[in-house]
Design a binder for this molecule. Sequence first.
Ligand SMILES: Nc1ncnc2c1ncn2[C@@H]1O[C@H](COP(=O)(O)OP(=O)(O)OP(=O)(O)O)[C@@H](O)[C@H]1O
Ligand SMILES: [Mg+2]
Length: 593
Amino acid sequence: MPKKDAPTKDRSTVRVLLRLWPYVRPVRARVGSAAVVAVVASCLGLVIPLVLKWIVDGPVARRDPGGVWLGALVVLALGIAEAVLFGLRRWLVARPLAGVEAAMRADLYRHLQRLPIAFHDRWPSGQLLSRATTDLSLIRMFLAFPMTFLFVNGVTVVVGCGLLLAQDWTLGLVLLVPVVPLIVVCHLFESRYSLVARRAQDQVGDVTTVVEESVLGIRIIKGFGRHRSQMDGFRALAQRLRGTELAKARLLAGIWAVITIVPELAIGAALVLGAVQVADGGLSAGTLVAFLSTALALRWPVESIGFLLAMSQEAATSVERFFEVMDEAEEDAGGSGAASVASGGLRLENVSFRYPDAPEGAPPVLSGVDLFVRPGETMALVGATGSGKTTLTSLVPRLHEVSGGRILLDGVDVTAMSRQRLRELVSVAFEEPTLFSASVAENVLMGAGPGGAGEAELWRALEVAQAGFVRDLPEGAATEVGEQGLSLSGGQRQRLALARAVVGRPRFLVLDDPLSALDVHTEALVEAALRDVLRDTTALVVAHRPSTVMLADRVALLSAGRIAAVGTHQELLRSSREYAWLMSGAETTGSTR
Ligand SMILES: Nc1ncnc2c1ncn2[C@@H]1O[C@H](COP(=O)(O)OP(=O)(O)OP(=O)(O)O)[C@@H](O)[C@H]1O
Ligand SMILES: [Mg+2]
């Protein structure tokens, strides 16, 4: 299972966020200059109180309207300059940061494509979806806003405090004393908030998983009238997420209250004290005005720190969730190709396999499997349901890695081949045909090697797969199918998947019950065509029906995790009781399943 435990308490938010550096590096110039512009803008705001002080102590005291006007103009100009600079900052960062998000998303997608099937078996798809969407936009928001403004506001607060102390250090101290408890509160808040933020983001992933499953499984849900229970399950998850979001909101409200009230009180105290001093003549009115307006100007930088920290926490959580996936090892590219070449054909030697996530102590699915399919031969693989046929076929193209033993293609160990070479050699089709949202032609030609294949190859493959129905589709082979296209029947989809498997004339063909949805006659036609066209292809075909099995050259019986018998259909019928039993059931019902 993916890590769903809360983050370790002592994780450093800064260290986590620093992992973003490789992505930010390319845009560092823009982001850096934007930060400088923002600091300048923010400090311009702090000059305004000084001008006010000059106005009050100078022209106002001297009753000089011209001077007051001049001062007002300077204040106006400063305000405009501040606004323009903040606009410039936004313009500077918007485009590069969208680029950063796009780069991270592309990396994640590329990585997901390369992660082994075992990873995808383990991770719920919603958790991956939410990482590619919610988490990445949280990260972009962090880069656009808190990353710059924590720095900018920090600098502004320090400069402002310096100004306050320089103007009147006793009043300055009255304002600054509450900063200490504020820092403590912020720290407490941060560690609490990171826990809830993580929980919320994981729960978003869970909700996404349920939504995705319900959309994909809508037929089953409707067919069994399970809307209510499905809805209840969804509601429970949504409630849980709502609870977490409320906890987040409570924390935010708490910190917000503290961060706004404390400075407010301090400013009030300073106002009273300052007014008394002005009355006593110990302080000029201009200084008090400047002092108070500086304090007011600092209110926003201080108050914003609460939610900037919250956003940073969420971003740190997102970064962790992002790198949890990115840190998973990809499939290795494969070996050097240097291996002793023995005989051709497909050979399994003492192959054993257990699923990585199988419970401790469970027997392996396969153990000591020895099988040899001669070059050009078609071998049927027969076994009771759950005996491991699908598992065995998935080992040949290395969708899973063998736990022991080895698999040889034309004498070369599959682990010694590059993935690309392996994909060129072996084509696969499964019982559950997957079509992508693309045209029929694109779906089928996906199976052609890197060189691609032409129109002629396409139609030949469709012919072999008895997929002549394509001609009658609204736009022929250009018709869009898949989730966003035309809906095809199960048998039609199976035949397209089969066409995809044979279009590249592979040397090895691995078919996991790819004809289960066809009627016996169509199936026989497909098999006859396969034998004709793929005379040089070595094939391993999982089969359930005698009609399929009889067309194979030989049959292997998989039982109790090993190959129990190999021979022709007739031989096995005589020699193996299990085989005879499997086949007899098939003959009376038309299918063993
Ligand atoms: N991803 C997986 N993780 C853990 N165990 C699995 C996984 N896939 C299959 N299994 C287990 O491995 C065993 C063999 O399954 P497999 O799908 O290979 O059977 P099969 O012979 O293809 O059955 P069928 O004829 O029904 O298609 C089963 O006991 C199944 O529970
Ligand atoms: Mg199977």
